[in-house]
Design a protein around this ligand. Structure first.
Ligand SMILES: *[C@@H]1O[C@H](CO)[C@@H](O)[C@H](O)[C@H]1NC(C)=O
Ligand SMILES: *[C@@H]1O[C@H](CO)[C@@H](O)[C@H](O)[C@H]1NC(C)=O
Ligand SMILES: *[C@@H]1O[C@H](CO)[C@@H](O)[C@H](O)[C@H]1NC(C)=O
Ligand SMILES: *[C@@H]1O[C@H](CO)[C@@H](O)[C@H](O)[C@H]1NC(C)=O
Ligand SMILES: *[C@@H]1O[C@H](CO)[C@@H](O)[C@H](O)[C@H]1NC(C)=O
Ligand SMILES: *[C@@H]1O[C@H](CO)[C@@H](O)[C@H](O)[C@H]1NC(C)=O
Ligand SMILES: *[C@@H]1O[C@H](CO)[C@@H](O)[C@H](O)[C@H]1NC(C)=O
Length: 617
């Protein structure tokens, strides 16, 4: 991409001289002869310099490729266009073009300019376009562009400019386009762009810049297009582009380290086109994008993005074009483009996709252009929708092909053949698995669900309340299709459903889980309590308890419990004696604590005692 962009700039910048050549050459012979004739009669007026080709009618002088080492002297004052590109001019002196008050277009590109006097352009009061691309400028002298009140376009790309000083462009109130790509910019002063009140397009390149010059951009309230190339920044910080309220098109390209867009990095913008190409993003920056409801064009090509999540782009309701070319896309989740009713172009060429299902779109009929070539697609029924729509879809560079190694073009086949070629097998859950699983309370149960089918089915689990289970939590679906019920509790018992589904259908199987509870409301007996203790099999995964320690802790707790009970009885006895009223019976309800709490001897004792006393009161 970088090279293609560069090429684009290059060709564009070179277009004028080329065109000039092309258009003028046939006429030049005649015109020069005419000029020679005229030169004899009007000696006094400065005529066309010998190195140049002039067109009287257009009042244009083409002095490109003329091996000039300096700007020719005594240029015709009526010139409106002057092309000095592709020469060897090294300096521009003060008032170099003083007499050319009608000049509108000056091209100094592809020279060796290293020095430009601060007053070099004085007098060019009609100048509209000034190109100084691909020279050797290191600084732009402050005030160099004073006296160019009408300038609309300034191109200083491809120089060695280190920085932009305060007020460099102060007097260019009419400048619309400033191109400063391919420089070695290290700094941009906060006031560098002050005065560019009408600037619409800024192309800035900062291979040596480490952060976005947010302060400098504050002066560019009229900007509609901004491209920032080659910044050495790993993150686009919050509020980086605040103040660019009119910005419509933002290009961030070739930031090799850019991995994240902060959530609020694009706040304040109302973009219609966003390009973040050739960076290091590993995921679509959903959160940073979500407020861009007017976005029409989104390009995240050449980033190592692995997948597009479902239902995360739905705020971009006007999106028409989405490009992720040359990424690492393996998966576009179901519903990835839900909400995008106008999506007419999806280009995911050159990724690692094994399929693209129709169900990723909310309105697949809106799609007109689909770039899906150079992906290792699996040939099955999931691609049938593409085959069905092959006459109405524009596949761009090439049609989708199947196979990772040997690629074949399934769209070459007749419709009836395709149906037989692109087939799926509905999932089937292998029957040998147990459908009743017992588990001790506190232990882990693993429920298996082995399903086969073509394409390999995805397995989901639902709990007895029919809620889908994720890979988080105590009861979780493991990636390989199994379900883990960890630290089983009595309330976990019930019927769990495993659903295996693929594009061809689904299959369901239920497994009942029964949890063997620790003896809970049984009367408190030392023996039965011991039996109920987990027996810690060696392969057990959960933290196991040391039975010996537990017993010691428990007996300490139990002894102290007994002693407090007796103390209380004694106290009660004396108290009731004092009151004169004797209570003969006392109902003592005791809820045995689980092993885990009673292992903490002191605290458990305290809780038990207080509970007991409270009951008495
Ligand atoms: C700018 O960065 C390039 C590489 O990105 C490096 O070669 C060059 O020396 C740097 N220039 C300055 C002035 O730091
Ligand atoms: C950006 O803003 C968000 C929300 O205010 C905040 O959570 C996040 O930490 C900020 N990021 C940075 C890098 O400051
Ligand atoms: C891009 O990101 C990866 C991690 O996601 C990192 O290892 C790599 O160094 C990054 N590349 C650059 C050029 O910073
Ligand atoms: C955002 O831009 C769209 C057109 O691009 C315009 O219609 C809309 O009014 C803008 N919204 C704001 C809040 O500026
Ligand atoms: C997708 O992008 C590639 C590379 O930019 C281009 O060649 C191709 O034509 C595009 N496909 C579509 C359908 O636009
Ligand atoms: C799936 O993984 C879990 C734990 O990660 C394991 O217990 C179970 O046996 C695995 N299932 C299969 C079918 O391999
Ligand atoms: C399973 O397939 C049936 C039709 O065969 C369908 O009605 C049902 O919605 C599907 N269930 C799931 C969870 O996909």
């Amino acid at each position: 991409m970088q090279s293609s962009e560069r090429k684009a700039i290059h060709t564009e910048a070179r277009q004028s001289p080329m065109q000039a050549d092309h258009h003028y050459t046939p006429r030049w012979g005649a015109l020069c002869m005419l000029a020679a004739g005229l030169a004899l009669t009007s000696q006094a007026l400065p005529s066309c310099p010998r190195a140049c080709r002039c067109g009287a009618a257009e009042s244009a002088a083409d002095c490109s490729y003329a091996r000039l080492v300096a700007v020719p002297e005594r240029l015709p004052p009526e010139l409106t266009r002057l092309n000095l590109s592709n020469n060897a001019i090294r300096t521009l002196a003060a008032e170099q073009f003083g007499a050319l008050t009608r000049l509108e277009d000056l091209d100094l590109s592809d020279n060796l300019l290293a020095y430009v006097d601060g007053d070099a352009f004085v007098g060019l009061r009609s100048l509209l376009d000034l190109r100084v691309a691909r020279n050797r400028l290191k600084v732009l002298p402050v005030g160099a562009f004073a006296g160019l009140p009408k300038l609309r376009l300034l191109d200083v790309s491809g120089n060695e400019i280190l920085g932009f000083l305060d007020f460099t462009f102060r007097e260019l109130a009419n400048l619309r386009v400033l191109k400063a790509l391919q420089n070695a910019v290290v700094f941009v002063s906060p006031q560098a762009f002050a005065g560019l009140t009408d600037l619409r397009q800024l192309h800035l390149d900062g291979c040596n810049l480490t952060s976005v010059p947010t302060e400098a951009f504050v002066h560019l309230g009229g900007l509609t297009g901004l491209s920032l190339h080659r910044l050495e920044s790993a993150v686009l910080p919050n509020y980086s582009l605040l103040g660019l309220a009119r910005l419509k098109e933002l290009i961030i390209a070739n930031w090799p380290r850019l991995e994240t867009l902060s959530v609020n990095s694009l706040v304040g913008l109302n973009l219609t086109s966003l390009v973040i190409r050739s960076c290091n993003l590993t995921s679509v920056p959903y959160a940073a994008l979500h407020h861009l409801v007017y976005l029409v064009h989104l390009d995240l090509s050449y980033n190592p993005i692995g997948y597009i999540q479902g239902n995360r782009l739905e705020d971009l309701l006007r999106l028409e074009e989405f490009h992720i070319v040359g990424g690492r896309l393996r998966l576009i989740e179901m519903g990835a483009f839900y909400g995008l009713l106008h999506l007419s172009l999806l280009n995911v060429s050159r990724n690692l996709l094994s399929t693209l299902e129709e169900r990723v779109f909310q309105s697949p009929t809106a799609l007109q252009r689909l770039g899906l070539d150079e992906n290792p697609l699996d040939c099955d029924c999931r691609l049938l929708w593409i085959a069905r729509r092959r006459s109405s879809l524009d596949f761009g560079r090439g049609p989708p092909t199947c196979g990772a190694v040997v690629r074949w073009d399934f769209l070459d086949y007749a419709a009836t053949e395709i149906v037989e070629l692109l087939t799926c097998r509905p999932p089937r859950i292998r029957p040998h698995q147990r459908d009743l699983v017992w588990v001790e309370q506190g232990h882990t149960a693993v429920l298996h669900c082995n399903a086969e089918g073509q394409p390999p089915p995805s397995v989901t689990w639902r709990n007895p309340e029919l809620r889908a289970l994720t890979d988080l939590g105590r009861i979780r679906a493991v990636g390989n299709g199994s379900l883990e019920v960890r630290y089983a509790q009595p309330q976990d018992g019930g019927l769990y459903r495993c659903v295996a589904s693929n594009a061809a259908g689904n299959d369901t199987r239920s497994v009942e889980v029964r949890v063997r509870a620790l003896s809970k409301s049984k009367p408190f007996r030392f023996k039965s309590w011991l039996v109920a203790l987990p027996s810690s099999p060696p392969d057990q995964q959960e933290p196991s308890f040391d039975v010996k320690t537990l017993m010691i802790a428990a007996s300490i707790g139990f002894l102290s419990f007994l002693s407090s009970v007796s103390v209380c009885f004694v106290a009660m006895f004396f108290w009731s004696k004092g009151k004169g009223q004797i209570k003969h019976t006392a109902n003592i309800a005791y809820v045995p604590r689980t092993a885990a709490t009673s292992s903490n001897g002191g605290a458990g004792n305290y809780v038990e005692t207080s509970r007991f006393t409270m009951k008495l009161m």
